[in-house]
Design a protein around this ligand. Structure first.
Ligand code: HEM
Ligand code: NAG
Ligand code: NAG
Length: 358
């Protein structure tokens, strides 16, 4: 089974370069885009934003490819709680703890926040305060996928940054815990207009990155989950000798740092790390989708890109909503003055595009 999947992925690799072109062309036309976002949002105001981010991330990942996983997960957490509006980046304030302090966020990487701040500063230096933190997070997540070996795809842009962050309870109520079964996972995603294909595709994000023991040791202690492959379980027990061991393990044992379809091959071999992962193969509603991605990497890549574009547009702020933060960790203090400059910028942009049409 594993070898036929491997053969299938070799075949799909051969077609990868040509298919990627098709995918990104197709997405521009077929991926639905919400009102207020655009494929060419910064064409006039910051045409280099995407190349600045990609070039810097190439350097970051050359030193530590693990950071790609941290950035991908950051975008997911941002979007699921209050929508993709950068609230996950806000530091807790006097009014209460931020999304960062809520339990599921304790394992977001500190470096991911630092990388986003650094990218924002670089983009600001080039273009001024025009690109939102939430757009930077969305672009960085896409680049993390692409630079780890996954698909390249266009990201709709024009998100604005939120002014508030979720409570700890709000964060818990919107994310999915690793001990969730497929019914729980599908219900929660359905409430965000994501269907079962999106659920299986997006879970494929677990083809890169790490997990702390405490996120899955409920499957090892006190009783071992019978659906888990025995050898896999024994190895996890070595890495995590107690339920609360502080260690980490790779999520995809076959190719931990490569964005590929091996996550689904893991599931078919009962080597999924979380219940939420493994149950996608146990549950009849999602099993065939898992299989189809395990044997056809191209199919997975195309669907992953579509599902990410969908997730990346959840409850976005656009137009004059929210703000463009000057520091991703805090709200702007000069909101009033800044509104004037937003209006100026928009007038300027309209001027430019009128020019363009001549
Ligand atoms: C919807 C169900 C999901 C659940 C239950 C879930 C749960 C988790 C958990 C528990 C961790 C490990 C945290 C730790 O202990 O360090 C993790 C890591 C990760 N998740 Fe998810 N996740 C889900 C969806 C997603 C999605 C949609 C993506 C992106 C498309 C994603 C990307 C990642 C990545 C890349 C990591 C590794 C982070 C790192 O290495 O720092 N996850 N996830
Ligand atoms: C952004 O705000 C945080 C929190 O107030 C602060 O610690 C940090 O130095 C600021 N970063 C920049 C680049 O000003
Ligand atoms: C309370 C706590 O530890 N919060 C942390 C949540 O995660 C971010 C990013 O890693 C940290 O900066 C916070 O300190």
């Amino acid at each position: 089974m594993a070898s036929s999947a491997a053969a299938a992925s070799i075949v799909s690799l051969l077609f990868l370069s040509s298919s990627l072109l098709l995918v990104s062309e197709a997405q521009k036309t077929s991926a639905p885009i919400v009102n207020g976002l655009s494929w060419t949002f910064y064409k006039q105001s910051c045409p280099k934003v995407e190349s600045i981010i990609r070039n810097q991330l190439k350097k970051v990942f050359k030193k530590d490819i693990g950071q790609a996983a941290g950035l991908l997960r950051l975008h997911f957490h941002d979007c699921f709680v209050l929508g993709c509006e950068g609230s996950v980046l806000l530091d807790g304030s006097a009014s209460g703890p931020g999304e960062q302090e809520a339990i599921p966020n304790l394992t977001l990487r500190k470096e991911a926040f630092e990388i986003i701040d650094d990218l924002r500063a670089r983009v600001h230096k080039e273009c001024g305060r025009v690109v939102s933190c939430s757009d930077i997070v969305a672009i960085a997540a896409r680049d993390s996928v692409t630079l780890s070996g996954g698909p390249d795809y266009e990201v709709p842009l024009g998100r604005r940054d939120g002014l508030t962050f979720a409570t700890q309870q709000g964060t818990l109520d919107n994310l999915v815990p690793p001990f969730a079964d497929t019914t729980f996972l599908l219900d929660r995603l359905a409430s965000k207009n994501l269907d079962k294909t999106d659920a299986v595709a997006l879970s494929g994000g677990h083809t890169i990155g790490i997990s702390h023991c405490s996120s899955f040791t409920d499957r090892l202690y006190p009783t071992q989950d019978p659906t888990m492959d025995k050898t896999f379980a024994n190895n996890l027990k070595k890495s995590c000798p107690a339920a609360d061991s502080p260690n980490t393990v790779f999520q995809d044992i076959r190719s931990p740092n490569v964005f590929d379809n091996k996550y689904y091959v893991d599931l078919m071999n009962r080597q999924g790390l979380f219940t939420s992962d493994q149950d996608l193969y146990t549950d009849k509603r999602t099993r065939d989708i898992v299989k189809s991605f395990a044997v056809d990497e191209k199919l997975f890549f195309e669907q992953f890109a579509l599902s990410m574009i969908k997730m990346g547009q959840m409850s976005v702020l656009t137009g004059k909503q929210g703000e463009v933060r000057a520091n991703c960790s805090v709200r702007n203090t000069d909101n009033k003055n800044y509104l004037a400059s937003v209006v100026d910028d928009e007038v300027r942009e309209e001027g430019w595009s009128a020019e363009f049409r001549k």
